[in-house]
Design a protein around this ligand. Structure first.
Ligand SMILES: [Cu+2]
Length: 242
């Protein structure tokens, strides 16, 4: 039912996330309604009336134990229910040959492909600005870094969100089930330009992706550093020149 409000799920593990999201939503939503109804009922039932005197009470120990223990138990149960999804998503890394390094900086995403040699940190790396290309139906590994402050790599349709933390390289992965163009906003307030920090992820059919890689990563000798530095050039930025 919540799926009407959530962005379309195009991730292989999206259902696992949505299921947990929905479970937590209903538990907290129901609790909210019960508390709000009780609150309003008490306001009306115990309002000031002629002849009614206030009464001092020390509270009820059994009641306090109940409303402490029940939420604690719910949290423990939720933890165990979350284990299968989180261990699959965060603690395993599927084999893949699509490995991309993404570095957040104020206020862009630098997306680096290893180039023909398959290694990062060499002269043939290709870096694009706020533009990422990945194949559909294949696990994509993202090595997430930050150049300055904490950023957050967020793609709602992929059900993927991971902070980029300075000084660390955090590996994460997703697998997309539907080609398209998806927004990649930064989801961590990172400075005055935060609201404008966003990129686009282009998800291609395998043959289109291979073509894009051949043309933009392996072919030509675009100067990736130059492309990365042209941050004020709006539409053509990130496009590697032949
Ligand atoms: Cu940011």
């Amino acid at each position: 039912m919540l799926s009407l409000w959530l962005p379309e799920n195009v991730s292989t593990y999206g259902r696992d996330i949505d299921w947990l999201f929905e479970l937590i939503f209903w538990i907290t939503g129901l609790t909210f309604v019960l508390v709000a109804v009780a609150f309003v009922a008490f306001l009306i039932l115990y309002r000031d009336r002629p002849g009614r005197r206030a009464r001092y009470t020390h509270g009820s120990a059994p009641l306090e134990i109940v409303w402490t223990v029940v939420p604690a138990l719910i949290l423990v149960v939720l933890t165990f229910l979350s284990v299968p999804a989180w261990s699959r998503i965060k603690m395993t890394m599927p084999q893949t040959d699509v490995v991309i390094q993404v570095t957040g900086k104020q206020f862009n995403w630098q997306v680096t492909y290893p180039g023909p040699d398959g290694k990062f940190g060499t002269a043939d790396d290709k870096t694009f600005l706020d533009e990422m290309h990945v194949p559909v139906g294949k696990p994509v590994r993202v090595n997430l870094r930050s150049q300055d402050v904490i950023h957050s790599f967020f793609v709602p349709q992929f059900r993927f969100k991971q902070d980029a933390v300075p000084g660390r390289e955090i590996p994460a992965w997703f697998e997309v089930t539907k080609p398209g163009k998806y927004e990649l906003p930064c989801a961590e307030l990172c400075g005055f330009g935060h609201s404008g920090m966003r990129g686009w992820i282009y998800v291609h059919a395998p043959e289109d992706y291979a073509k894009w890689v051949a043309e933009n990563v392996e072919g030509g000798d675009a100067s990736p550093a130059a492309a990365a530095e042209k941050k004020d050039e709006p539409k053509t930025r990130g496009k590697a020149k032949q």
